[in-house]
Design a protein around this ligand. Structure first.
Ligand SMILES: Cc1cc2nc3c(=O)[nH]c(=O)nc-3n(C[C@H](O)[C@H](O)[C@H](O)COP(=O)(O)OP(=O)(O)OC[C@H]3O[C@@H](n4cnc5c(N)ncnc54)[C@H](O)[C@@H]3O)c2cc1C
Length: 324
């Protein structure tokens, strides 16, 4: 029997699983997809390495930096040029990281998930559908364990726990996001040499975040520019159930206007729908859970990579205390 089964191989679940494994516990991670890292996701697209979840992240705590240095290949961690994230109309840093430095991984941000998973027993393409009890053991599908850690976005975790839908405001609310990639001819096409990312605040613009991946080293191949767009909430809600052919031309128009791109240089597009992208308000105090069941990730910690990593560590401490 495993000591702990962790549901989800995102950064929180893997961090928790790794810390418990290092303490000598028998840990198994069950992940529904084929990849590691969850929303810290990277796609190899037309030969380019493109981040379509976490774009860049802060390193405020030395513990996080030390952990990254320990597990990443030397030289993989890179800093984005200071001031390269701008808000509409202002040559100032955006709140993503505030005035703090922001980082990315040269090999793709999902390298962090891969690195964390190296010393952890992960079973991929296993969708957990049932949680239960058999005598003193917790059951995750048909696998017994002493403790369970749930790291999926809260609505999915609540469904697994069969919790009744609490009134809005009593549970973490998640926002969806439509993400799109655009490839153009030419390096640093349009005005993309001026900034890595632009944030268009307000719900009325189709773009919320748009970034040119060329600013990240070793990412874009050949004479091309690659842009990642996270649509605004209003736009996302309008088109969430629509096929990409409905909304990609609209996003493309906004992008070309914002980055002064020549429409005739477009090479290719790609679209991805995140149903649970960001938690609107994290809830450190989640509804009471059965003894031996723990929740980690952005539901309690907030939608920032460093915060979910910290929460994974803190959850490992709580699980270790429970196991004794
Ligand atoms: C578009 C986008 C852009 C973002 N940009 C940034 C950014 O620039 N900087 C930043 O710091 N943060 C950013 N974030 C937020 C950040 O990605 C998340 O907060 C963080 O990755 C969440 O990690 P997690 O481990 O809590 O959850 P997840 O990464 O969601 O991991 C949960 C895992 O559980 C798996 N799972 C779910 N259900 C099951 C099941 N039933 N059985 C088995 N496995 C299951 C999922 O497949 C997933 O791998 C962004 C998020 C999105 C969506």
């Amino acid at each position: 029997m495993h000591d702990v089964i962790v549901v989800g191989a995102g950064i929180a679940g893997l961090t928790c699983a790794r810390a418990l494994t290092e303490r000598g516990h028998r840990v198994l991670v069950l992940e529904k997809s084929r990849s590691f890292g969850g929303r810290c996701a990277t796609r190899l697209w037309n030969g380019h390495v493109v981040d379509h979840g976490v774009s860049c992240f802060t390193i405020a705590e030395s513990t996080f930096r030390n952990a990254l240095e320990l597990i990443l290949t030397p030289g993989d961690l890179a800093e984005l040029p200071h001031g390269s994230i701008v808000r509409r109309g202002q040559a100032q840093l955006a709140p993503v990281g505030g005035r703090q430095a922001t980082f990315y991984l040269r090999s793709g941000n999902n390298r962090l998930g891969k690195a964390l998973a190296q010393t952890v027993d992960v079973r991929r393409e296993h969708v957990v559908t049932r949680l239960g009890r058999r005598r003193s053991a917790h059951m995750v599908d048909d696998l017994p364990c002493r403790a369970v850690v749930l790291s999926a976005p809260w609505p999915q975790t609540a469904e697994l726990l069969a919790l009744p839908q609490p009134p809005a405001g009593e549970a973490p609310q998640y926002l969806p996001n439509l993400t799109a990639f655009f490839e153009y001819r030419g390096r640093f096409a349009g005005n993309s040499g001026e900034a890595f990312a632009r944030i268009d605040p307000g719900e009325h613009s189709g773009l919320w975040w748009s970034a040119c991946e060329n600013h990240k080293e070793n990412r874009v191949r050949g004479e091309r520019s690659v842009f990642v767009v996270h649509a605004s909430l209003e736009f996302t809600r309008k088109y969430l159930e629509s096929p990409p052919t409905d909304y990609l031309p609209v996003l493309r128009q906004h992008l070309e206007h914002r980055w002064e791109l020549d429409s005739s240089d477009l090479v290719d597009t790609f679209a991805h729908r995140w149903r649970y992208a960001f938690v609107r308000e994290p809830r450190p105090q989640l509804p009471p859970l059965p003894a031996g069941v723990f929740v980690t990730g952005d539901a309690p910690a907030g939608s920032q990579l460093e915060a979910v990593w910290s929460d994974g560590r803190a959850t490992a401490d709580r699980v270790a205390r429970f196991l004794g």
